[in-house]
Design a protein around this ligand. Structure first.
Ligand SMILES: Nc1ncnc2c1ncn2[C@@H]1O[C@H](COP(=O)(O)OP(=O)(O)O)[C@@H](O)[C@H]1O
Ligand SMILES: [Mg+2]
Length: 502
């Protein structure tokens, strides 16, 4: 009896998958896809899918879909109890339906919407410790044949495998999250920051850093405020042979001229009125390591001359002293200013700019790298969860949409603050859009328009409203026009007339 059911191909596949499940926890989706593919092949199905429950809203979504309409199916989700899959989920029982038209539980909407004719379904629950976490279903046995009891039996085995794979992946993820938090704490204790990079752009920049770091060349980091320039400066130091030496930060914009000069180069007693004793400058403190000159664009011209000399000769004199000192320092500078313009206008020395700009490193604003937005949000959530001893599990779908459609003028710093506040405010398992306080500044309150003529107010409203719609659609005018209910050509004219710029 049993031997009839023993099919060598099926057993081989099962053993293969078992090996995979025990070796690869890092990418659950590709593992689940492999399992569902095998299950489909071995039950002679035309198409299949694996649905998981979203704990956020208790709906079943398509984690894996295989078949001619797979890509279209992905955007659908089912309520618990809706359709055959929903029934299997809710009742925690397997089901074979060989003629869906005869079964009132069949939910025809998805098939109809994607243009797939479903005839028969085999659906089984996926269980982790007795609890249903999802459903695997196989559609249409090939050759118009009915699904058999043996097919069902095998699918149940595969569903168990899939559940195991999922469970492994989730525990692995939990451990990895804890590791991330610990590693972030250690990095912070050492005085550095954890740098998160998900977007291809940022990964490219990091590759560049790994190539440039071992050299002693000066690097000029450019980019808006809050994009992470300081973190890149840290990486240049940490990935260099100087990493056991000091990393010294100087914010050149924070001090008036004389103080900045003595901060950088030090002074001897009596060098100026308040110089009551000798002082070691930052360049000397950075000897054997790296000095990070932040906001270099704000350095007064007089100090720029001295900096140029350090860059050329690695030597300088303390204020009030004629003794020349030499240091072995790597110089990394950063600015959010348009430094080329400063050079053209004469407020920044051209020769110093050329010296610094040997290796320019531009960090793009956060709004241009959406992959980093979600990754950073998750990272900050873990950090603030740990700090506040909360256990918020993530961001709701709407919250993610809110994060992605915002333009982040304050870049990562603003995102970090937004998540910190959200963690404090949030009362649920998931952060929702109302927990995120973003400075959209486009919510036209009465005050915005006070004292303005009706015409001016309307123009201002139009400008803000169109801008925020465009931002939400990542500046895709066709989609924005659709939402606004106007022609694309009209939108494009309005954009020009109102002077809306990206
Ligand atoms: N890629 C990143 N990963 C993690 N945190 C980041 C990242 N980029 C920026 N931050 C955080 O954002 C804040 C601003 O970064 P910072 O380097 O000071 O920006 P900038 O120097 O460009 O003004 C810091 O608190 C930093 O920890
Ligand atoms: Mg900074």
């Amino acid at each position: 009896m049993f031997s009839e059911r023993v099919d060598p191909e099926r057993f081989e596949t099962l053993i293969e998958l078992n090996t995979l499940i025990n070796s690869d926890y890092s990418d659950p989706n590709s593992l689940l896809t492999r399992i569902v593919e095998s299950a489909t092949r071995l039950t002679d199905g035309e198409a299949s899918s694996l649905l998981l429950v979203n704990p956020d809203n208790q709906r079943l979504y398509f984690e894996v879909a295989i078949g001619s309409k797979a890509a279209d199916v992905a955007s659908f989700s089912l309520d618990k109890g809706e359709g055959i899959a929903g029934w299997v989920f809710e009742n925690n029982r397997s089901l074979t339906v060989n003629d869906v038209q005869e079964d009132p539980r069949f939910f025809a909407d998805i098939s109809r919407a994607v243009g797939f004719e479903t005839r028969s379904i085999l659906a089984v629950p996926m269980r982790v410790k007795e609890q249903v976490v999802g459903v695997i279903e196989i559609l249409n046995k090939r050759g118009g044949k009915p699904f058999t009891e043996v097919d069902l039996w095998w699918l149940e085995i595969f569903a168990n495998q899939a559940a195991l794979a999922l469970q492994n992946a989730r525990s692995f993820q939990r451990v990895r999250d804890q590791l991330d938090v610990l590693s972030d704490q250690i990095t912070t204790e050492k005085g550095y920051h954890t740098l998160i990079s998900r977007s291809p752009t940022l990964k490219d920049r990091l590759t560049l850093v790994s190539r440039v770091a071992p050299t002693d060349s000066s690097v000029l980091i450019l980019g808006e405020s809050g994009v992470g320039k300081e973190l890149f400066a840290e990486q240049l130091h940490l990935q260099s042979h100087r990493n056991s030496g000091p990393f010294v930060r100087v914010n050149c914009a924070a001090l008036p001229e004389t103080l900045l000069e003595s901060e950088l180069f030090g002074h001897v007693k009596g060098a100026f009125t308040d110089a009551a004793s000798d002082r070691i400058g930052r360049f000397e403190l950075a000897d054997g390591g790296t000095i990070f000159l932040d906001e270099i664009g704000d350095v007064p011209l007089a100090i720029q001359a001295k900096l140029l000399r350090v860059l050329q000769e690695r030597s300088f004199e303390k204020l009030g002293s004629s003794e020349t000192r030499s240091v072995d320092v790597r110089i990394v500078a950063a600015t959010n200013r348009d430094i080329e313009r400063a050079v053209d206008e004469g407020s920044f020395r051209r020769d110093l700019y050329y010296r610094l700009n040997v290796l320019p490193l531009y960090i793009p604003p956060l709004r241009e790298r959406p992959e980093d937005i979600t990754e950073l949000a998750e990272f900050f959530l873990k950090r603030f969860n740990a700090e506040t001893k909360k256990q918020i599990r993530g961001f709701s779908e709407e919250a993610v949409e809110t994060l992605l459609s915002y333009s982040w003028p304050g870049n990562v710093r603003e995102l970090e603050n937004a998540v910190e506040r959200a963690v404090v405010i949030c009362q649920d398992e998931y952060i929702g859009p109302s927990d995120l306080v973003l400075h959209t500044g486009e919510r036209g309150s009465d005050e915005t328009y006070q004292g303005k003529s009706l015409k001016d107010s309307i123009t201002q409203f139009k400008r803000q409203f169109i801008r925020s719609t465009l931002e939400r659609h990542r500046w895709n005018q066709t989609n924005a026009a659709k939402e606004l209910g106007i022609q694309r050509t009209y939108l494009s004219r309005l954009v020009k007339e109102l002077g809306i710029k990206r």
